[in-house]
Design a protein around this ligand. Structure first.
Ligand code: SAM
Length: 282
């Protein structure tokens, strides 16, 4: 008979939550995913390479962590702020046979891009605490080249904005800035009923493949400024919404029709505008 996998032999997550009194705290964005089919699906979507360093943010009771380990990850570093969860995770650390280590701390202040051996690509996998999900993502994208992939769960509305293409109502500043720095893909949805406690909204898993260099040349602050200004008045024509940045003079310099609306512009065109703004300010 094959020996039992020590991770599969751990008590069910529901029992772990009860034993360690891990009642969910809203201020820590705690919605635990206990469905093994779904945690397994997220781990598969991440396409874990055994020699990579997997970084998980907020393991909580460890459902997704178990799936990551069972998918064959050899080195997993999990960052968790809740000391109750740190305690609850100890049996999993033991069962992982040296493959899992836990850092107790705030993922917003830990330099995640430096974790693990310098020569091992890093993969982030996380069911993110929604209240800090976007600042975490932007922090990591500041060091995009340090990560091979990010497989992340967001509120569906945010996931749709990150991955939106031109022409739709979800396309905006978040789409521009994320897609400038990474290839993005909306993978699948997870209903509120899959979580304990159920959140108010549907969640979605997205996958980001950070680019070694941004998709098109531009200065980050200027691209941000253009996107923010244009989408602040998303129903107006660009010649109106970009008035404070030079309006038609800027648009002519960029070769973009001032009658267009921001959601019709491709990422490339936003970068052209950012470069024109730079020239204009010289
Ligand atoms: N991964 C678990 C799962 O899928 O069931 C829990 C996900 S829950 C949505 C978010 C987790 O992030 C919680 O365990 C919470 O304690 C943790 N967390 C919240 N804020 C954090 C922070 N600033 N740094 C690290 N972990 C944090």
């Amino acid at each position: 008979m094959a020996p039992t996998d020590p991770i599969a032999a751990l008590p069910p997550l529901k029992e772990v939550i009860k034993a360690y009194r891990l009642d969910a705290r809203r201020k820590l964005g705690q919605n635990f995913l206990l469905d093994l089919n779904l945690t397994g699906r997220i781990a598969r979507e991440a396409r874990i390479q055994p020699q990579h360093t997997v970084i998980e943010i907020g393991p909580g009771p460890g459902g997704l962590t178990r799936a990551i380990l069972m998918a064959g990850a050899e080195r997993v570093i999990a960052i968790e702020k809740d000391s109750r969860a740190i305690e609850a995770l100890q049996p999993l650390v033991k069962a992982s046979n040296g493959r899992l280590s836990i850092i107790e701390g705030d993922a917003l202040t830990i330099p995640v891009h430096e974790l693990g051996p310098a020569d091992a690509p890093r993969q982030i996998i996380a069911n993110l605490p929604y209240n800090i999900a976007t600042p975490l993502l932007f922090g990591w994208l500041d060091h995009a080249a340090a990560f091979q992939s990010m497989t992340l769960m967001f509120q569906r509305e945010v996931a749709e904005r990150i991955t939106a293409q031109p022409g739709g109502g979800n396309y905006g500043r978040l789409s521009i800035m994320c897609q400038w720095l990474a290839e993005t893909k909306l993978c699948f949805d997870i209903p509120p009923s899959a979580f304990v406690p159920p959140p108010k909204v549907t969640s979605s898993v997205i996958r980001l493949l950070p680019r070694l260099t941004p998709a098109f040349p531009a200065e980050r602050e200027l691209l941000q400024e253009i996107a923010k200004t244009a989408f602040n008045q998303r129903r107006k024509m660009l010649r109106t919404s970009l008035r404070s940045l030079g309006g038609l003079t800027l648009l002519d310099k960029a070769g973009i029709d001032g009658q267009r609306r921001p959601e019709s512009l491709t990422l490339d065109e936003f970068c052209i505008l950012a470069r024109a703004l730079k020239e204009q300010r010289r």
